[in-house]
Design a protein. Structure first.
Length: 687
């Protein structure tokens, strides 16, 4: 018996089918075949379901069939699994058997199907062989019947198998449902688990982070602590070192102390001895002290005697000083030649030929049309002699040394008058006060240039200080007056300078009396600095007045007056002296012709007062009865300081400029006249 082709050998089946169609089943046999056909047709779905390839089946269907077969294997495996699961799920025994059915089915698929044999085609019988042809047909019919029965068997088998498969399918569906529900449960469990896992993870991560932070902090702390530890260790080591050093130094100092203690002990012993000897010395000294005290008392007595002697000596000195001044003459004349100024040198000044062969003589050689000398040059020689001649190089200090004795006389109670006479620009103001630009007389910048007024003031206050221990107390009053156009003005009073307060001589100077002035400020001064302030004030007021007239300063006389009152509490002596320092108006002759108005008035006033000064001096020297003091304000003001009871000194200042030579000669002539006067003996004004 031939085997039915296995479901896998579909091509063979195809071949068989062709056999049917191509003549094996010729039309005469068609009804029987058609009889079998419905059975075959009915089985088709079952066969299809079982996965057997049929003719005309597409390749897709074929692969589906293969899949199903594979599924069958998988299903079997699943069934095995589900058998186990079914136990859990409570499947029936029938279901289990049905699940195991595919094993029989596969056996059926593999070849337990009834085999269909097809007789080999015989050679075609000739048409006449009807018997043979009928025989062939019968044979074909039999084989077709056989095939039919085999196919029926197969159909039955397939139907059975289909049933089994359907049952298996139902089981599988159930299985799938179970699996699905199980899967749902599992997925919900999984999602729960996942959620839990996520929560746990988050929680864990938080904890982990917390732990990390804690670890970081701990690490930081650890590093801090280790740093601290290292610092502490180094501190400890340092302390140990210091401790060791201190210990060793203490040990050495203890040894030193022990040594010095013994030394001190020795010293103490020596000191004790010294104290004893000193005590002895003290005893002796106490004795000496009482002796010395006794001696001191005697000495003090002697000092008293000596002091009274000194006072007597002081009076003698004053008398002698006066005698010397008298011997020098009561009117003296000093000549001072001004040096050429930097501006004059720059402008090529022609210097006059002035020489000072000694400190009393001045010589002038005048060049020009004044007469011929032996060498044919026009020349005239002048020689003047004075009490002192100061060359251009003389310093203020040198000049002052020569007048300081006169200043001293004023303290001793004499009236002193120091004039500066000369033409404008000859150095009168410089000699009396200092350079015209000084305002602050206390400034050290100008110290060497200070004139006779500030130097006299310094000397007076120094003398007053020196005389204090000898019982002398002084009061000093200062005045600063100006005589302009025969008007007296108080330079320390701005109202007076502006012409608002008129100063008048209200009491004439008589013998031993000073003249009194109205509207004059009396400033009591106690030191040089106070006088400097007055000088400053006077300079400022003068500058205001100078704005009225171009040459104002050279047109007026300045009279600085210090009245010095002294009293000695030890000797009961009293004295009163006046120091007048006068900067006269320019002596140059102003020609009356050509001058008019103020200038003429000024010229007349100056000529009058200067010539009257000369007249007064002349009258004094001639010892005339009438001395014309009142003929000018200047002589009237100075009446008490000119003449009999006073000491007078005149500076004649001259310019080095050749252009000023004739004025220079005039000044020197006037000074010579004054110098030749003997105006009597000065008298001390003792009250
Ligand atoms: N001995 C001197 N040394 C230096 N400069 C002088 C001297 N005498 C005068 N002068 C200067 O010469 C100029 C004229 O002198 P000044 O005293 O004003 O003259 P006067 O008062 O006679 O008109 C001033 O600038 C002054 O400082
Ligand atoms: Mg002047």
């Amino acid at each position: 018996m031939s085997r039915i082709p296995a479901p896998s050998s579909l091509q063979k089946q195809e071949k068989n089918k062709q056999v049917f169609e191509n003549g094996a089943f010729s039309k005469p046999f068609a009804p029987s075949i058609q009889k079998a056909a419905p059975t075959i047709k009915r089985t088709v779905p079952a066969v299809q379901r079982a996965g057997i390839k049929r003719p005309g089946e597409s390749q897709v269907a074929l692969s589906e069939k293969k899949q199903r077969i594979n599924i069958g294997v998988t299903v079997r495996r699943n069934v095995e699994n589900s058998h186990n699961l079914a136990k859990v799920a409570g499947f029936s025994e029938k279901a289990k058997r049905a699940a195991l059915q595919p094993i029989a089915e596969s056996a059926l698929m593999r070849g337990s199907m009834p085999a269909i044999s097809v007789s080999k085609s015989k050679p075609k019988r000739p048409a006449w062989d009807l018997k043979g042809r009928i025989q062939d047909m019968e044979e074909n019919f039999q084989s077709a019947q056989q095939i039919n029965s085999t196919l029926n068997d197969q159909l039955i088998a397939y139907n059975q198998r289909i049933l089994a498969l359907e049952e298996a399918n139902t089981l599988l569906h159930k299985d799938v449902e179970i699996k699905a529900s199980q899967s749902e449960v599992a997925s919900s469990q999984a999602s729960n688990l996942e959620k839990q896992l996520r929560e746990k993870t988050e929680d864990f991560e938080k904890k982990l982070k917390g732990k990390d932070d804690a670890i970081y902090k701990l690490k930081e702390k650890n590093s801090e602590l280790s740093n601290e530890l290292s610092t502490l260790r180094s501190d400890y080591e340092n302390l140990q070192n210091t401790h060791q050093q201190e210990t060793s130094s203490l040990k050495s100092s203890i040894t030193c102390l022990i040594c010095s203690k013994s030394g001190l002990q020795a010293e103490l012993d020596a000191t004790k001895l010294l104290v004893e000897s000193l005590q002895e010395e003290i005893k002796q000294l106490t004795k000496m002290k009482s002796d010395t005290e006794f001696e001191n008392k005697n000495l003090l007595k002697n000092v008293g005697n000596l002091e009274s002697k000194l006072l007597a000596e002081e009076s003698t000195r004053r008398k002698l000083h006066n005698v010397i001044q008298e011997l020098k003459g009561n009117i003296r004349v000093f000549c001072r030649v001004r040096p050429p100024l930097p501006d004059e040198i720059k402008n090529g000044i022609q210097l006059a030929n002035i020489t000072t062969p000694d400190n009393k003589i001045i010589e002038i050689n005048q060049m020009g049309d004044v007469g011929m000398n032996d060498s044919g040059k026009a020349q005239k020689k002048y020689e003047f002699s004075f009490d002192a001649v100061f060359p251009p190089s003389a310093f203020q200090q040198e000049v002052f040394e020569e007048i300081s004795q006169l200043v001293q006389s004023a303290i001793d109670g004499y009236n002193v008058c120091i004039f500066a006479y000369g033409q404008t620009g000859s150095g009168k103001t410089y000699t009396m006060e200092g350079p015209e630009n000084i305002i602050d007389f206390a400034s050290s910048d100008y110290e060497s240039h200070l004139g006779m007024i500030p130097r006299s003031v310094q000397k007076i206050f120094k003398c007053i200080q020196n005389l204090e221990p000898r019982g002398w107390k002084y009061r000093v009053e200062a005045f600063f007056l100006e005589i302009y156009n025969e008007r007296i003005q108080d330079l320390l009073n701005s109202d007076s300078v502006s012409g608002n307060a008129k100063c008048e001589i209200i009491k004439s100077a008589g013998k031993g009396n000073d003249c009194l002035l109205s509207n004059v400020t009396t400033s009591t001064v106690s030191c040089a600095e106070e006088v400097y302030n007055l000088l400053k004030k006077a300079r400022i007021n003068r500058a205001v007045a100078a704005t009225k007239c171009n040459e104002y300063s050279s047109r007026s006389h300045y009279v600085f007056q210090l009245k010095i009152y002294g009293e000695n509490s030890l000797t009961d002596e009293k004295c009163e002296g006046i120091l007048n320092l006068v900067d006269l108006a320019g002596s140059e002759r102003v020609k009356d012709s050509g001058s008019a108005g103020d200038r003429l008035t000024e010229a007349k006033a100056i000529n009058k007062s200067l010539s009257n000064l000369g007249k007064v001096i002349m009258s004094l020297s001639k010892k005339e009865n009438h001395i014309p003091y009142r003929d000018s304000k200047l002589t009237h003001l100075l009446a008490n300081s000119l003449g009999g009871n006073s000491k007078t000194l005149m500076f004649v200042n001259i310019s080095p400029d050749n252009e000023n030579l004739s004025e220079t000669i005039n000044s020197l002539r006037f000074a010579t006249k004054v110098n030749q006067c003997n105006i009597g003996t000065a008298q001390k004004r003792v009250k």
